[in-house]
Ligand binder design. Structure first.
Ligand code: FES
Length: 580
């Protein structure tokens, strides 16, 4: 071995005075990296999800340079590598179909290459959970720096949230209260910078949860994408990665039962997106943490809503940041947190948020005077969702949280597109809109179709919300009385597949119930008549996905990716063709 390298994981590649060591070192010499640049220095991988197909992550090349500077300052050797990236808006049918593929890419790159630690650069919705899942399975020391929320846009004197306001204006257009010319004006104004969606949608939610999980430096989740503070945070993250490598502090030591409780508690307090439930369930499955939907409900009931951020509130993440950021929210939540949970800093979570004051009570409410007594997400289950479903109650109409109404069923999203604005549609404000074949297998990929549009004839009557139920997901930026993630989904033979127009559906969120008021024998008879649905893919990744994807209540991971994996790759030889 080459002296000082012997303690490092990368020394198994670079440290041998043998043929494999020769070849491995020579590969870096070809990049202009000398033996002395390698000797004794931790090799820090920078896992970059930059892509011109992912506008939210467009600044990651520059951010990676800052990470590299931090790595070099701390005495490490940075090596950047790409993985696939997932653009929420451009990928079809949905970026979620490919989350597990990206997680596999991340995991295998980390394991297979000579990395002592890795910095994860993620931002757009699915890139963050995919990187976390991959890094958790590889279990090499890892730290994340997220991309930050994009700069708010302005339209007619109002700051725009990236998605929340769009849904509002789409309804205005459909109701005839906004012209197409005005809508074009909105399109031109709606995006002003790189960075992820700037309300508490999935991306901001996941970035916040990374901080609560302890997988990034404290205070970094909410820094705006364009702020130089984020660049400095990237530098600091790079430096910390070098120390992590030397300390060998691994994701499995950080992603504990307590860390997940902390993340779920924060999720509820910030009114975070429902997608986070799926991602946390999947991540927990990677590290053998026994997490269930019930735990989300339990923690939701004891956690107050504190962040006044869209879509549950009024502000954007930028205001949250200037009001103290996630550190201040965590500080308010301190009585409910496992403050001693270890983080990537090597210190306890509480050390990271200690003394962080909320600077604007209109943005971050006090624990003693919350915006709502309970958190944002409730779990329901019953004869229509035997394995559970979710509703974001903080973004719902309170009067609709207990509702009984006739089903109006849409077979799939194409059926919605064809009929939702039909003046002859047999629908009233009491109807329950049902969408099926939009789940993990049925979508496929569980697209964000769950916030079904209000039928045009009702919009024109002034109806702004109604109960909607599906096996789909919903954008974290969306709102309404929308029951999501019904499990099992229709395409997996769940009772949702058997619902017919006019069947009575009963929703009672306080009682945690979602029921189809049809005898069980009749549901079974209908399912028998329908038979199994045809698979959406027969070859390639799609077929692999359909064969192995789990249901929403288990996080939609692949069954073969759950549980801890091997940290070290096969095929590392030493002493081959002698030593010298
Ligand atoms: Fe990328 Fe919203 S579209 S975070």
């Amino acid at each position: 071995m080459l002296g000082a390298m012997s303690e490092l994981r990368s020394a198994r590649w670079f440290g041998g005075r043998d043929l494999p060591g020769f070849i491995h070192r020579a590969s870096l010499h070809a990049e202009g990296i000398s033996r002395s640049a390698l000797a004794g220095r931790p090799v820090i991988g920078i896992c970059n999800s930059w892509s011109e197909l992912v506008n939210c992550n467009l600044h990651f090349r520059a951010l990676a340079e800052s990470v590299k500077r931090g790595v070099l300052l701390a005495g490490g050797l940075p090596l950047e590598f790409p993985t696939i990236s997932l653009g929420e808006n451009l990928m079809k049918p949905t970026a979620m179909l490919f989350r597990n593929l990206m997680a596999m890419d991340v995991e295998e790159c980390i394991r297979a290459y000579p990395l002592d630690a890795v910095v994860l650069l993620g931002g757009c919705d699915k890139t963050v959970p995919a990187q976390l899942m991959g890094a958790a399975s590889a279990d090499v020391p890892a730290i994340m720096i997220t991309g930050g929320p994009s700069q708010p846009a302005w339209f007619r004197g109002r700051q725009l949230g990236a998605g929340t306001d769009l849904w509002h204006y789409v309804d205005e257009l459909r109701a005839g209260r906004m012209s197409e010319a005005e809508f074009d004006e909105l399109e031109a104004a709606s995006t002003t910078s790189y960075g992820h969606c700037n309300e508490m949608g999935t991306a901001s939610t996941m970035a916040s949860l990374v901080e609560a999980l302890g997988m990034c430096l404290p205070g970094t989740a909410s820094i705006p994408a364009v702020d130089a503070a984020r660049v400095r945070a990237a530098e600091a993250t790079g430096s910390r990665a070098v120390e992590l490598a030397r300390e060998e502090l691994r994701p499995s030591q950080i992603l504990t039962v307590e860390a997940f409780d902390n993340a779920i508690t924060l999720l509820m307090a910030i009114g975070g997106g429902t997608n986070a439930v799926i991602h946390l369930l999947a991540l927990a499955g990677r590290v053998d943490v026994p997490l269930t939907l019930e735990r989300f409900h339990e923690l939701s009931q004891r956690t107050p809503l504190l962040a006044n951020v869209r879509p549950s509130g009024d502000h954007l993440v930028e205001q949250l940041h200037h009001a103290g950021g996630i550190r201040a929210v965590l500080n308010e939540l301190a009585p409910l947190l496992h403050g001693d949970a270890v983080t990537v800093t090597g210190a306890a979570l509480a050390d990271g948020f200690a003394g962080a004051e909320a600077l604007d009570r209109d943005v971050i409410a006090a624990f003693a005077a919350p915006l709502a007594a309970e958190g944002g997400i409730a779990v329901v289950r019953g004869s229509l969702a035997p394995d559970g479903a979710l509703i974001k109650r903080s973004a719902a109409t309170p009067e609709l949280l207990r509702h009984r109404g006739p089903a109006l069923v849409f077979e799939d999203i194409y059926d919605v597109a064809a009929r939702i604005d039909d003046p002859a549609l047999d629908v009233t404000a009491d109807s329950v809109l049902v969408l099926r074949n939009a789940g993990p297998k049925g979508g496929p990929g569980m697209p964000e179709w769950g916030q079904l549009p209000i039928p045009k004839k009702l919009l024109e009557q002034g109806v702004t919300d109604m109960v909607r139920i599906s096996d789909a997901r919903m954008s974290g930026t969306a709102f309404g009385t929308v029951v999501l993630h019904v499990a099992p989904e229709a395409a997996a033979g769940g009772p949702l597949r058997a619902v017919q127009d006019g069947d009575t559906i009963v929703l009672d969120v306080d009682a945690q119930r979602l029921d189809l008021d049809v005898p069980a024998e009749e549901v079974a008879r209908r399912l028998e008549l329908l038979g199994p649905p045809a698979p959406k893919y027969r070859r390639g990744y799609g077929a692999l996905y359909l064969e192995h994807v789990l249901q929403a209540n288990e996080g939609c991971d692949f069954d073969f990716l759950r549980g801890r994996g091997d940290t070290e790759p096969l095929g590392l030889l030493t002493g081959w063709i002698g030593g010298w």
